[in-house]
Design a binder for this molecule. Structure first.
Ligand SMILES: NC(=O)c1ccc[n+]([C@@H]2O[C@H](COP(=O)([O-])OP(=O)(O)OC[C@H]3O[C@@H](n4cnc5c(N)ncnc54)[C@H](O)[C@@H]3O)[C@@H](O)[C@H]2O)c1
Length: 429
């Protein structure tokens, strides 16, 4: 078995906590041997907030039997751990690029949570730094790793709906509540269209390929956001950050986008995303092709895809789905975590699903480090998702469609909305 790699988690809020559980889950999986995949050993934690890092260190000690060392700054952490192999950045989005650059320049492999960074220029700097340092740069995009999303792609590739022509993706909700944390409503730290939207874009990228043009109108309707009452699937992970969150935050950035998408393969898409929806929430995603439509189940729900073929009223059965993809099988690690190579559904409680999926994200990062094989979601994929989401703001400001390739190159004409951030972040003069 390959030796475990020393890892530091930077950012001890909700996602840092979830990554700690993922590290533990991966260690359990690798114990029985998993080809060329090493485990991670959580050597250190960093958070600028002493309470947050203390809470996660206590939890890690209880869960894993050893207490990671804790630091206020990444600089001090890197000096104290010369043998560290990798840094896992789980802070809010604003400092992703600064921390990634610091770690890469110190010769560490880096994984950052999604969104890869606040702007495309920041993503480009990270990609350049990873190439110069010859180190892995991975983006911890988790939704595509769900074994049932793997099945969605296999079905589309096998031509289950014929040639894909159109995609519709809509999610509306929010009802005046804060979207998890206050920073998701502040432009300088992120916004809900970017924060949630990168998942939608990455799923589309994985399922049907890249988007080459977007047009959109964006808006902010619900300025005053109140702390959500009651428990959600993920509130248990936010014990540290929720305690210090204000009851109310005033949003300064749009949280609603109505967009049309054109895909490189010629498909068209319609995408609606809003955190200003009151009353009955709305969510629907469907991919339409020349002989049927496919509705992926929500990632991490355990629900598989529904395939509707022309001339049939009922969706295809599980057996019919699998018969369409005779060669489909998820990788060994995912199969062991979820209990099968060819699943059409699964049932675990939410924390178990979350740590299994986080373990698959970390598994890919560990394999990339050990083998030199690129991570599944690297700079190119992470930047694409940021470019499409930020492209909605650019298109809305210009009141015309924008080319995603031009946004990815940070061409000034299509970088006006992002420029304000780039100046503030010190990325451009
Ligand atoms: N993949 C997913 O499903 C998923 C879900 C939630 C969040 N996320 C992503 O994870 C990241 C973190 O989100 P969260 O909800 O956990 O946020 P959070 O506010 O709960 O936690 C962020 C933590 O980072 C710390 N921090 C901020 N700047 C720092 C710095 N410069 N150095 C050290 N520590 C610093 C904060 O003190 C805080 O403890 C975001 O990029 C978010 O988009 C991903």
């Amino acid at each position: 078995m390959t030796d475990a790699l020393d890892l530091a988690i930077v950012g001890c809020g909700g996602m840092g906590t979830r990554h700690m559980y993922g590290v533990k889950e991966l260690a359990g999986l690798v114990e029985g041997g998993l080809g060329d995949v090493p485990a991670f050993r959580l050597a250190a934690l960093c958070d600028r907030d002493a309470r947050h890092r203390g809470i996660l260190a206590d939890l890690a000690e209880r869960e894993m039997g050893h207490r990671p060392q804790t630091y206020e700054s990444l600089e001090v952490l890197l000096d104290a751990h010369p043998d560290l192999a990798a840094v896992d950045v789980t802070t809010d989005t604003r400092p992703h690029h600064t921390l990634a650059l610091q770690a890469l320049q110190a010769g560490k492999h880096v994984q950052v949570e999604k969104p890869m960074a606040l702007t495309v220029t920041a993503c480009n700097r990270m990609m350049d730094a990873a190439a110069a340092a010859r180190r892995v740069l991975a983006v911890a995009e988790n939704y595509r790793r769900d074994p049932l999303i793997r099945l969605v792609r296999a079905l589309l590739e096998a031509g289950a709906i014929g040639e894909p022509w159109m995609a519709v993706d809509a999610s509306i909700g929010g009802a005046g509540r804060m979207i998890i944390t206050p920073w998701r409503h502040k432009k300088a730290y992120g916004n809900s269209v970017l924060d949630v939207g990168v998942h939608n874009v990455d799923l589309l990228l994985y399922e049907v390929g890249p988007i080459d043009q977007v047009f959109a109108q964006v808006a902010l309707f619900d300025r005053i956001r109140h702390r959500a009452e009651g428990a959600s699937n993920i509130s248990a992970f936010y014990a540290a950050t929720a305690a210090s969150a204000p009851d109310v935050v005033e949003a300064d950035v749009e949280d609603t986008a109505f967009a049309t998408l054109r895909f490189a393969r010629g498909m068209l898409g319609q995408w609606t995303l809003s955190a200003s929806g009151h009353g009955q929430g709305f969510g629907k995603k469907a991919i339409y092709g020349s002989r049927g439509s496919l509705e992926p189940g929500a990632p991490r729900s355990g629900n598989g895809p529904r395939l509707y073929l022309d001339g049939r009223r009922e969706p295809a059965s599980d057996d019919e789905l699998l018969a369409l993809v005779p060669d489909f099988a998820v990788d060994e690690g995912t199969a062991r975590l979820f209990g099968g190579e060819r699943l059409t559904r699964y049932s675990f409680d939410y924390p178990a699903i979350d740590r299994k999926i986080t373990a698959t994200v970390l598994m890919d990062f560990a394999r990339a480090i050990a083998t030199g094989r690129p991570p599944e979601v690297g700079g190119v994929e992470g930047r694409h998702a940021v470019a499409v989401c930020n492209g909605l703001f650019e298109a809305s400001r210009l009141n015309r469609p924008v080319s995603i390739a031009a946004v990815e190159r940070a061409e000034p004409e299509v970088s006006q909305w992002q420029r304000e951030l780039d100046v503030e972040l010190g990325l451009v003069a």
